[in-house]
Design a protein around this ligand. Structure first.
Ligand code: 13P
Length: 253
C-alpha cells in the first residue's frame, strides 16, 4: 500500500499565499513512492489549482464539505462544487470542526457519502479528548465514532476510497504526539471496526493515517510502524520547505 502524507493548512493562507506555497513546494525534491496531498481553505482552492496546473503532486484537497448538492444552505459548499476545482480528497469531521462548529458523527457520515458520490475521497477524522484518553476510554470513543461514520453507506473501496485519520485531540498542536505504539493500537481498533462492517480483506486496504504533532524529525518512525499508512500534518506543513523535507524524511532510504 502506498503511504499518504497530507498537509492540513487549517485556517491559513488566502489565495496569494496559497499560490506561493504551491509553487515553492513544487520546487522541492519529492519521493515518488509516497502520495502527497494538501488540504487548503475553500477560498484558496482556485489559486492552488491554478498554481498546480494538472500536475498530480500534490493532490488537491478541501477541509470540509456539505452533504447536499445545492439549495438553501447559506455559506455551505457542496461536493460537486469542490469537484469543479479538481478537488481529489476532502477532510471530514476534523476535531476542530466537531469542537467549534458542532459537527456530529451523523453529519460526518453524510458528508463522507456525498463526497464519494462526487468522486472525492473522504478522509474521515476521529480522535478522543484528553479526558477520554486519561480515563482509559479512548478505544470506546473511537469505536463509537467509527461505527457512526460508517453507518450511512460510505464505501471502503472503489474510485474514491475511504481514508481514516486517527487524530487524538490531546496530541494536536501540543508537541506531544501519541507514541507510535499507542497509535498502532488505535489503528488496530479502527481497522477492526472497518473489518466488521466490510471484511478483513477490505480493512487491510483502507489507509489509516495518524495526525498530531508530527514533524520532519518524527515522521519516519511513524510511517515505519505497522498499521500506520500515512500522516496528517498541521503545523509542520505551513512552510513548504519544511513540508518538503518532511516528505523526503518519510521515504525509506
Ligand atoms: P499538528 O500537526 O499541528 O499537531 O496538527 C495535526 C492536525 O490537526 C492535522 O489535521
Amino acid at each position: 500500500m502506498r503511504k499518504l502524507i497530507i498537509a492540513n493548512w487549517k485556517m491559513h493562507y488566502g489565495p496569494v499565499k496559497a499560490g506561493a506555497w504551491i509553487r515553492a513546494f513544487r520546487r522541492e525534491r519529492l519521493p515518488k513512492e509516497i502520495d502527497i496531498g494538501v488540504a487548503v481553505p475553500h477560498t484558496s482552492l482556485a489559486a492552488a489549482r491554478s498554481s498546480l496546473g494538472r500536475a498530480g503532486v500534490p493532490l488537491l484537497g478541501a477541509q470540509n464539505s456539505f452533504w447536499e448538492k445545492e439549495g438553501p444552505y447559506t455559506g455551505e459548499t457542496s461536493p460537486t462544487m469542490l469537484a469543479e476545482f479538481g478537488v481529489e480528497f476532502c477532510l471530514v469531521g476534523h476535531s476542530e470542526r466537531r469542537t467549534h462548529l458542532g459537527e456530529t458523527d451523523e453529519m460526518v457520515a453524510k458528508k463522507a457519502v456525498a463526497l464519494q458520490k462526487a468522486g472525492i475521497q473522504p478522509v474521515i477524522c476521529v480522535g478522543e479528548s484528553e479526558e477520554a484518553h486519561k480515563n482509559g476510554e479512548a478505544e470506546k470513543v473511537i469505536k463509537a465514532q467509527m461505527k457512526a461514520a460508517l453507518a450511512q453507506g460510505v464505501k471502503a473501496t472503489g474510485s474514491a476510497p475511504l481514508v481514516v485519520a486517527y487524530e487524538p485531540i490531546w496530541a494536536i498542536g501540543t508537541r506531544k504526539p501519541c507514541s507510535p505504539q499507542n497509535a498502532r493500537e488505535m489503528h488496530e481498533v479502527i481497522r477492526e471496526v472497518i473489518a466488521k462492517k466490510f471484511s478483513k480483506k477490505v480493512a487491510q486496504d483502507v489507509r489509516i493515517l495518524y495526525g498530531g504533532s508530527i514533524d520532519e524529525r518524527t515522521v519516519a518512525e511513524y510511517l515505519s510502524t505497522t498499521g500506520i499508512d500515512g500522516v496528517l500534518i498541521g503545523g509542520a506543513s505551513l512552510d513548504p520547505r519544511v513540508f518538503g523535507l518532511l516528505c523526503r524524511s518519510a521515504a525509506p532510504a
